[in-house]
Write a protein that binds this ligand. Structure first.
Ligand SMILES: Nc1ncnc2c1ncn2[C@@H]1O[C@H](COP(=O)(O)OP(=O)(O)OP(=O)(O)O)[C@@H](O)[C@H]1O
Length: 849
């Protein structure tokens, strides 16, 4: 993409800038002749060379340095006008690592702080330099202050003050108020420590109010003086400042205080529009070069231009060549038809978007909208460039492998490589799947390059300091296609987006600091920079949507979604210890030998089921923690065994996550209030529920995610449990995650459940069936012939009529000392809670369409 300004425009802007500098130098030379101790605005009017329109400016602070002998020196005649109503942060600093380093030229407004390094590649016409002060520049300066805010200006009565230097070695100031013309204070700026300056002046409430707004302010109680970083000295030496901000795909606004001169310029623009609400002027992007050219020729005005990333992204609009072109339909003939024909229309649009962006994107669809499927389809489009690397949270590594085989039947069985230890090869297969944590332990192998990389839950990379981020970033830098997936790319602040943007478009914001200044409301604090805020979010959102991000909310595509989206999650088997695996294998072996009585059979099955719960605890807890880390607000977790329910609750308590628990021991009277708490709490709440004691009669529609920590042999119980969220009051499609562990009773329960649900589906008794919406086809397709006995045993035992069997089993379980949550298996409290309050979302507005 090319820059928006032509060479000719750049040349003219530079020419104007030079002329302006020369004019400024002349004026300052004239001022040096004797303008000292001037008080009040009228005096300034006598000196039109200083500012032609001081009346418009009298809500500003001005510093004027007069000590420079060489008028052509860029340091000569530094002036600052700072609108106190919208105090400007220092614009940009030389280097992110050491923003206080004074020896670089300081650059206003182009968003790239690292001085000369980036200048070649930048649009020079949009840059203004303000040289930093040195301790030497502190000698003589003049400060003109009006503490009025812009809105108070009309009413008159401004508190104009002036601190004027005496030429010479010392720097002396006078401060006077035009309200009280006879109240004149004298002061001076002196060097303070290595990189600070101190203002020595008598007490003046208005001045102090101004000082307090300066980010680097510090009060020295011993000296009873205020001091500031040299950076802020420079920042005060800026002109009448404003900034350009993108407000739509086609328009930008100029955010600047009132100036007749500027408004005169605005009025000459054909596309001008004044927004009565924001009281700001906005223009078509095609007017941007012209407007900037004129504004930058005004001596008194410094306007922060649009960031380079915006200029590049919207180059077509700026150059008037934009047309509303639809993203073309990609030719997916190289991709397995299985997946292509399954794509829902919005998913197809996602794939088209990705391919139009050359396979580099942030797919930020809401949870459950099929990001996995879209990512596999996008990656498959670039199959010639494989081997492929998928980096994912550890709990879903195996689910990814299943999904590849399900959606790309052309993949041979051995072509997925799930990495389970740091010693495994990262490049063993065509599709390599690794967890974030393992990736960071594979230092030696990180030199391998992948042309195509998928990062699932890419917000895991939000912190550049983490080992996972440091390990992943070089891989992403080297890759040609980078597919980031996250339903919650940033959970609380725009700073979290930076690494993800860098991963997809490294050229957008090479320095975090420039991103921080523009979008994180960066503030200099005594301890360093604070980037936890947010600013210009509308622009960031428009920029990302135009360039790299596609995001659909469930509500946008609800008509295309089934009421329930079921998903099987294969939880990591190494969560199960070797000892537990051996016990499970032993139980299974015993079962294949057969039993003398039905009673013994059932006991054995229940024991197997119980051991399965024990074995899954670690993986289930890990999965729930990952859901919490992803920022899922509210969800339901169903489990059957008390040990599982206890373990989940213990972890939630440890993490200080609010939860409700309803199990067999929860009195009926309490259930209503627990439901209410879940439905109406604004906080993140997890409902931990017993499969048999809380699967009916409760309304928990504030959640649209249901997680099954354990399976149950009766699909009717599961469907009823799902319906705690999927019921009246639910406005979304409900996601259902079944956590399934290989080598456990799940191997037998899962195919059985699917079979039964399919039957229910065919009979119209279940809205969706598993085989169409869950990654099921490749999971334990048919039990091992040797173990078919166990499957049959499960079938036989649990296919009996539900009421009798459940009761009998629960009793038997008690006999067998298994800790089922059996308290009130079939209680129906009939409680309902009304529609939930709007669910809290982090930086919600930003990510809404
Ligand atoms: N077009 C489709 N046809 C059939 N099933 C689909 C389709 N799209 C998604 N699904 C199924 O919906 C479920 C949710 O999809 P997926 O896991 O890809 O969503 P996601 O956006 O990645 O969710 P999360 O944010 O939870 O990771 C899966 O079981 C998936 O197979």
């Amino acid at each position: 993409m090319s820059s928006s300004l032509t060479e000719e425009q750049k040349r003219r802007i530079e020419e104007n800038r030079q002329k302006a500098l020369a004019r400024r130098a002349e004026r300052l030379a004239a001022q040096r002749g004797g303008q000292v101790g001037i008080t009040g605005p009228q005096v300034i009017e006598q000196n039109p060379g200083n500012r032609g329109n001081l009346k418009q400016e009298n809500n500003h602070v001005r510093f004027i340095s007069q000590h420079r002998q060489n008028p052509n020196s860029p340091e000569h005649g530094q002036q600052a006008l700072i609108n106190l109503g919208t105090f400007q942060q220092p614009k940009c600093y030389p280097a992110f690592k050491n923003p206080t380093e004074p020896s670089y030229p300081r650059l206003i407004g182009n968003g790239h702080p690292d001085g000369t390094k980036n200048l070649q590649s930048q649009n020079k016409s949009s840059i203004k330099y303000v040289p930093p002060p040195s301790s030497a520049t502190l000698g003589d300066s003049e400060m003109l202050i009006n503490t009025n805010r812009p809105m108070e200006r009309e009413g008159g009565g401004g508190g104009m003050q002036k601190l004027t230097s005496c030429a010479g070695a010392g720097s002396t100031f006078e401060a006077a108020s035009c309200k009280k013309a006879n109240s004149v204070a004298q002061g001076k700026c002196v060097k303070y420590g290595e990189d600070r300056f101190q203002v020595e002046i008598g007490y003046n409430a208005e001045l102090i109010a101004i000082f307090k707004k300066i980010p680097s302010k510090s009060y020295d109680p011993a000296m009873k003086k205020w001091n500031f970083s040299l950076e802020d000295y420079s920042s005060l030496n800026s002109n009448f400042v404003g900034k350009c901000v993108l407000i739509s795909r086609l328009r930008f606004e100029v955010d600047i205080g009132y100036s007749a001169e500027v408004i005169g310029v605005f009025k000459r623009m054909d596309s001008r529009n004044y927004d009565m609400n924001t009281r700001k002027w906005n223009f078509l992007l095609e007017d941007y070069p012209k407007l900037m050219e004129v504004l930058q020729s005004l001596v008194s005005v410094e306007v922060e231009p649009l960031p380079e990333a915006v200029i590049k992204t919207f180059a077509a609009q700026i150059q008037r060549s934009a047309s509303e072109t639809e993203i073309p339909d990609a030719d997916l003939s190289v991709v397995d038809s299985e997946i292509v024909t399954s794509l829902m229309p919005f998913q197809r649009e996602g794939v088209n978007f990705a391919i139009s962006r050359n396979g580099r994107l942030l797919l930020a669809d809401d949870m459950g909208l099929g990001k996995t499927l879209q990512a596999i389809c996008i990656a498959a489009y670039y199959r010639k460039e494989w081997p492929l690397l998928v980096v994912t949270p550890s709990s879903v590594r195996f689910t990814w492998a299943e999904a590849f085989h399900r959606w790309l039947p052309s993949l041979s069985p051995g072509s997925t490589n799930v990495i389970v230890t740091g010693k495994d090869s990262l490049t063993a297969s065509l599709v390599n799947i690794v967890s974030f944590d393992l990736l960071s332990k594979m230092d030696k192998q990180l030199k391998s390059t992948f042309q195509v990389v998928i990062i699932d839950e890419s917000h895991f990379l939000k912190n550049i300091k983490t080992a996972r981020c440091r390990a992943a970033m070089p891989l992403l830098k080297a890759a040609r296609r980078v597919i980031l997936l996250s339903g919650t790319p940033a959970m609380s602040r725009p700073a979290e987006l930076y690494t993800q943007i860098m991963a997809v478009q490294p050229a957008f914001f090479p320095q975090f600091h420039s991103f921080g200044l523009r979008y994180c409301d960066a503030k200099k604090m005594p301890w360093g920079w604070d980037y936890s805020g947010s600013s210009n979010l509308t622009e960031l959102k428009i920029l990302l949507k135009e360039s790299i991000m596609i995001r659909r909310l469930k509500s946008d595509v609800l008509s295309q979604l089934p009421a329930k989206q079921r998903k099987m999650v294969v939880v990591a088997p190494e969560g199960i210890s070797a000892k537990t695996k051996a016990v499970l294998a032993d139980e299974a072996k015993k079962m294949t030998k057969g039993y003398d009585s039905k009673q013994q059979e059932r006991e054995a099955l229940l024991l197997f089921y119980n051991r399965t719960a024990e074995a899954k605890i670690h993986s289930v807890v890990e999965y729930i923690l990952e859901l919490l880390e992803r920022g899922n607000d509210k969800f339901l977790v169903f489990a059957h065994h008390k040990i599982m329910l206890d373990a989940i609750v213990a972890e939630l308590e440890k993490k200080h996550v609010e939860y409700i628990r309803i199990d067999g021991s929860t009195p009926s009277a309490e259930r209503q209030s627990l439901c209410q708490k879940f439905q109406f709490s604004e906080k993140q709440v997890v409902a931990v529920l017993s499969l048999t004691a809380a699967n009916m009669g409760l309304t928990l529609s504030a959640a649209d995610l249901v997680v099954f920590a354990e399976l149950f042999w009766n699909p009717g119980v599961l469907i009823q449990a799902e319906d705690r969220a999927h019921r009246i009051g639910q406005t979304s499609s409900v996601n259902v995650h079944y956590l399934v562990a290989k080598g456990t009773a799940d191997d037998y329960l899962w195919p059985m459940i699917q079979e039964k649900i399919e039957v229910l589906g065919e009979a119209g008794l279940s809205e969706t069936n598993f085989s169409k919406t869950a990654e099921s086809t490749n999971y334990c397709p048919k039990p091992d012939p040797k173990q078919k006995t166990i499957y049959d045993l499960f079938q036989r035992t649990f296919s009996e009529s539900r009421d009798d069997t459940d009761e009998a089993l629960l009793l038997e379980a008690a006999d067998a000392c298994c800790e089922f949550d059996s308290g009130s298996a079939l209680q129906d409290t009939g409680e309902t809670c009304s529609v939930s309050p709007p669910r809290k979302r982090r930086i919600e507005e930003f990510f809404k369409k």
